[in-house]
Design a protein around this ligand. Structure first.
Ligand code: SAM
Length: 332
């Protein structure tokens, strides 16, 4: 008898993330003209409850803002930058940047996920004129598991494997290096490290930190979005719900509170790190005009419940500035 692939439940979380984002777009919390090309039968999908829409809105807006600052700061320093998105799933950020005001500030954008996910995404990209027109000349990987274009690269990878093998190929000049240590580089982990062991996530971050340490390297930034604080009663409900779907969250174990989240960077020698919960971001960082706009989209009758959900998700960002690199806005 064939046993079920234990990673299939983890891969399904991409569908959850894409449908949550699609719902936030349908309800006009977010604007994303590209997503419908990556979600099968997008026009038939039903919107999600407001708790999910608002959470998705706060998380997406905050990460977009950090990424925007990174692109803007690189431009101010007269250099282009690179972005590596791990566990990128059906994310559309590349297309939004490549058609936005910072398109010329981007030197390379790399997405990595399990081969089943990258194969599906590569196929959707090739099928959609809107997505492929943004890429320019495209080379499809053998077996269709990924693709490469002048700026955008979609690569199959299991992030739990030894980082030197996974990321070494990004640097191999014989196959055309896609990543340069000289340029400021931003790593994105949007709801992915939580599914990996803390040892495997640290190995990825440490590999990049060491790769960007020598003189002549650019600054390294990293943004992690994930659930945490799973030891309290609401956290245990989240864990049980996912367990019923055969998904476990080993990556959240070392982080019982928001104060512990920056440790994932500081313990590896990053120069600075900071974490904010989605509850804090919604209350203190979303501009009042935007809060007013989204308040009109749906009736929120359970504000305590919304706060309870939002305080179990956080964005944690870390910065490593090698001796010769300039700092970025996050160092302040
Ligand atoms: N980052 C996307 C977003 O925020 O919309 C997708 C998030 S989804 C919750 C998690 C993604 O991480 C899935 O696409 C899953 O396949 C990927 N993932 C989880 N563990 C992974 C691993 N060990 N290697 C590669 N990808 C992984």
């Amino acid at each position: 008898m064939q046993t079920q692939d234990p990673d299939s439940a983890i891969r399904l979380t991409d569908t959850d993330a894409a449908l949550a984002r699609l719902s936030a777009v349908q309800k006009r919390y977010l604007d994303d003209p590209f997503l419908k090309h990556l979600v099968p039968r997008a026009h038939l999908q039903q919107p999600r409850p407001y708790l999910i829409n608002i959470g998705t809105y706060v998380r997406a807006t905050a990460i977009d803002d950090l990424v925007f600052q990174w692109l803007q700061n690189s431009a101010a320093q007269g250099t282009r930058c690179q972005i590596v998105s791990m566990g990128s799933g059906s994310d559309t950020r590349f297309w939004r940047i490549a058609t936005g005001p910072h398109k010329d500030n981007l030197a390379a954008y790399i997405e990595m996920d399990f081969p089943e996910i990258t194969t599906k995404k590569a196929m959707a990209i090739r099928k959609s004129k809107d997505l492929s027109a943004v890429l320019g000349d495209v080379t499809v990987a053998p077996g269709g598991t990924g693709l490469s274009s002048p700026k955008y690269h979609l690569l199959p990878a299991d992030l739990r494997l030894p980082p030197a093998d996974t990321f070494g190929r990004l640097l191999a000049s014989d196959s055309g290096a896609v990543l340069s240590p000289a340029l400021p580089t931003l790593l994105l982990f949007e709801c992915v490290l939580v599914y990996m062991s803390p040892t495997a996530s640290s190995a990825v971050l440490q590999w990049f930190r060491e790769y960007f340490s020598p003189q002549g390297s650019g600054a390294l930034g990293s943004i992690v979005y994930e659930m945490f604080r799973l030891q309290d009663s609401f956290g245990r409900v989240m864990v049980d719900n996912l367990k019923a779907r055969h998904v476990s969250l080993p990556g959240a174990e070392p982080y019982p509170n928001v104060e512990s989240l920056p440790d994932r960077y500081l313990n590896l020698g990053f120069s600075a790190a900071r974490a904010l919960t989605l509850k804090e971001i919604r209350k203190s960082y979303i501009p009042p005009a935007e809060l007013q706009r989204i308040a009109q989209l749906e009736l929120v009758d359970e504000i305590e419940e919304l706060d309870l959900v939002l305080e179990h998700y956080a964005i944690t960002w870390g910065l490593f500035v090698p001796p010769s690199a300039s700092a970025t806005p996050w160092s302040q």
